[in-house]
Design a protein around this ligand. Structure first.
Ligand code: DGL
Length: 268
């Protein structure tokens, strides 16, 4: 017998499409769970915005998810987590899982030579959230901001010469610093992992904050006795602050048939 709380959906938030990489990883691990996904595509990208603004937008989105009656919040956005995690923990009475700590832990455990890179948005870099997460670890962290990666993904571009040229420019300094492990410190970046891994080479291990966050979600629900039992077809709601047709089109293109029935919500 599972509790009534266990029947509630998992609330997942990202500034746009990137958190779908987390949502898909969660569905792979937890196929019986209901999910409500909110992508703030009307205001994406968050990365170049001041941290105070990212905090305000993130909390608005999390408030909305809480109003839907979720049993756990998944902040599937490194930028949003960097800006608002502490406030969110204070503000809500449901468990919160985010992307940064699970990815940082995995990278520290994986790195052979203690030379770890993180690629992320400007706001995540400015917040130094990955430096904080690794402060007690012996690894040396090299941070590289990749401002054009999110716009490429939001346009549905994951291959091609223009992307390759930009990626070379961002990633070559990390190769020169001989990182052996690279954290994809933005949930949009797993969609670019073909290009990233091609440039970095096989000897560099990529750590996806999306996969690590999904495992942390599983572990948290297991620990709290909040896993939903099978037997019912779970509902999966996808909601955007932007254009639902565009979200559904791009979401399906990037994620296969995973995204459908997208609804729109206004938060302002
Ligand atoms: N996907 C978000 C992250 O993990 C950032 C995207 C944005 O700049 O809006 O940081």
């Amino acid at each position: 017998m599972t509790s009534a709380a266990a029947q509630l959906p998992i609330g997942i938030f990202d500034s746009g499409f990137g958190g779908l990489t987390v949502a898909r990883a969660i569905v792979d691990l937890l196929p019986h769970e209901e999910i409500v996904y909110l992508g703030d595509t009307a205001r994406t990208p968050y990365g170049p915005r001041p941290i105070a603004e990212v905090r305000e937008y993130t909390l608005q989105c999390l408030d909305w998810l809480i109003e839907q009656g979720v049993k756990i919040l998944v902040i599937a956005c490194n930028t949003g987590s960097s800006a608002a995690l502490r406030d969110a923990r204070e503000r809500y009475h449901v468990p919160i899982v985010e992307v940064i700590l699970p990815a940082a832990r995995k990278a520290a455990a994986t790195s052979r030579d203690r030379q770890v890179g993180v690629i992320c948005t400007q706001a995540t870099a400015t917040s130094r959230s990955y430096n904080d997460a690794l402060v007690a670890s012996p690894v040396h962290l090299v941070t590289q901001v990749c401002p054009l990666f999110v716009p490429f993904v939001e346009e549905g571009i994951t291959t091609g010469d223009a992307l390759m040229a930009v990626a070379e420019e961002y990633l070559n300094p990390l190769k020169q610093q001989q990182v052996d492990t690279l954290i994809l410190g933005c949930t949009h970046y797993p969609l670019l992992s073909g290009v990233i891994s091609y440039i970095m080479g096989d000897e560099v291990t990529l750590v996806s904050s999306a996969d690590e966050c999904a495992r942390a979600t599983f572990a948290t629900l297991q620990r709290l006795g909040l896993l939903r039992e099978g037997g019912h077809r779970p509902s999966r709601r996808f909601v955007t602050t932007g254009d639902p047709a565009r979200f559904e089109g791009l979401g399906s293109r990037l994620m296969g048939g995973f995204v459908s029935g997208v609804q729109q919500v206004g938060l302002d």
